[in-house]
Write a protein that binds this ligand. Structure first.
Ligand SMILES: *Cc1c(COP(=O)(O)O)cnc(C)c1O
Length: 475
């Protein structure tokens, strides 16, 4: 499998070559030259597979330069009930991403049973094992630099802790994460994990990461890498649970399923798009945003207008508070007929802080062919949905999943199972749960007293130089 760039001006690469990298040389994103199409016989065989077998069936098509036995071993080590179980009552952890039935034809797919209680663990745990494997083969080391407002940072740290050859330098906005998220990250005592609390907001932290990554000499000399949501291996690892969810919600391959996906950077739902392009019978991909509705606006109007950080609001589904959707370029590449020249033109505007409008092009009409619909949700919707699911089904959902459920139900069709992707456990967003239900969410045992554990972090100014100095001193 060869990978091209959405901007068409970078040499093709293999899976292993893009595994440790971020953007392609021309600023585009990596995509396979074409999507592997599944035959009816393959789909039928997959229906009987467990999660590990499914993961191998899917990932071996994309990671074909990793020897099959090695890939199998990495997958078998990653997707076990020991990694994806948090003790929550009546969950079938052996399924790795089990469906929870709310009523006939309406399901939550549990993606947040991993170590940090958010769906990002589904891909990040695999990435940790893939990195260790790839570095082990060449004897190289890697220093991961990232910025987080919460979920990505903890997921990356729990995936990389103790891994041979890898160090993590994670920047977060000082004093701006929830007490739970802060404790999750800062209580890690592993010597290869470094938390840097930046005296600023998330965008300041993000800008430092960009500045360091743009210093190509520094980047090469100190072997700086990233694990942000544009990483292709993360996207492709997420494809697997769409297969799992589809087979669990149906009894035959003639049936179609709709997935509703709480979206921010377009990573999770991009994986759904790829599953559909591979031939999985997905009727609709329902994209749900919160008040930061950059993506909902595009699917409603044809205009993609990334916001400034000043326009981006802090909401009660904070992991979807994004100003631009980093993976969206992948979908647009397909939407415009895989024409890299068009993508380059569109992103010339975006990269300048502008917008693009596909309304009067033939491309926008094709959105429906790709199964996409979209909607948005507000704080009040979130509270109401959390209350209703608790009252009707005795199930407690988190704020992001509530966005997905609210919008999903708006597009529900009779006879088509609706699977809402559960992206976090309510324990991560206790404040809003208390507001909605007047009680604290259930917590896994491992997290019961996490806020009381000793914490380890270094406070830095909004200064690229300070961060660089810290990295050099600690590698
Ligand atoms: C990251 C995240 C999202 C958004 O996922 P994208 O892949 O960025 O669209 C939604 N919910 C939770 C809980 C998250 O952590």
């Amino acid at each position: 499998m060869q990978y091209l760039s959405t901007r068409g001006q970078a040499p093709r690469k293999t899976f292993t070559e893009i595994l440790l990298g971020g953007l392609m040389e021309d600023g585009g994103l990596a995509l396979p030259v074409d999507y592997p199409k599944l035959t009816e016989a393959e789909l039928t065989a997959m229906r009987g597979m467990n999660y590990r077998e499914l993961a191998f069936a899917v990932l071996s098509k994309f990671a074909d330069d990793i020897p099959a036995d090695d890939l199998k071993r990495i997958i078998d080590k990653t997707y076990t009930a020991a990694v994806y179980s948090n003790g929550r009552p009546d969950s079938d952890f052996e399924q790795i991403t089990p469906l929870r039935r709310l009523e006939d034809g309406l399901y939550l797919q549990e993606l947040s049973n991993g170590p940090t209680l958010a769906f990002k663990d589904m891909a990040m745990q695999l990435l940790g094992n893939l990195f260790e494997y790839a570095l082990g083969r060449t004897g190289e080391t890697l220093n991961i630099l990232g910025a987080t407002s919460g979920d990505t940072g903890s997921s990356a740290e729990y995936a990389m802790r103790g891994k041979q050859g890898v160090k993590v330098f994670m920047l977060s906005p000082y004093g701006k994460m929830s007490a739970f998220q802060t404790a999750q990250m800062f209580s890690l005592q592993d010597p290869n994990i470094f938390n840097l609390a930046v005296r600023g907001v998330f965008d300041d932290a993000q800008d430092i990461v960009k500045a360091v990554s743009n210093d190509l000499d520094f980047k090469a000399k100190y072997r700086i890498g990233t694990v942000n949501s544009i990483n292709w291996a993360r996207v492709v690892a997420q494809v697997v649970y769409y297969f799992k969810g589809y087979f669990a919600a149906t009894t035959s391959n003639d049936q179609e399923v709709a997935f509703s996906v709480p979206s921010g950077n377009f990573g999770n739902i991009c994986a759904g798009h790829i599953a559909r392009m591979m031939g999985l019978p997905i009727r609709r991909l329902i994209l749900a945003t919160n008040e930061n509705n950059v993506l909902e606006e595009f699917f409603r109007t044809g205009v993609y207008r990334p916001r400034t950080s000043a326009e981006t609001r802090q909401t009660s589904s904070p992991s979807m508070d994004i100003s631009k959707a980093s993976n969206f370029e992948r979908f647009v590449y397909d939407l415009v007929g895989r024409d890299a020249d068009t993508v380059r033109e569109l992103w010339r505007e975006v990269d300048r802080g502008g917008a693009f409008d596909l309304t009067r092009t033939p491309h926008f009409a094709k959105v429906a062919d790709y199964g996409f619909v979209a909607g948005r949700s507000s704080h009040a919707d979130r509270l109401e949905t959390i209350r209703k699911v608790w009252a009707d089904h005795n199930v407690m959902i988190d704020t992001h999943t509530a966005d997905g459920l609210k919008v999903g139900l708006e597009y529900r069709e009779a006879g088509v199972p609706l699977v809402v992707l559960e992206t976090a456990l309510p324990a991560k967003f206790e404040e809003t749960i208390r507001e909605a239900l007047n009680q604290s969410p259930w917590r896994p045992k491992a997290y019961e007293n996490i806020e009381a554990l000793p914490q380890r972090s270094t406070v830095v100014d909004v200064s690229t130089q300070q961060v660089k100095d810290f990295i050099v001193a600690n590698i």
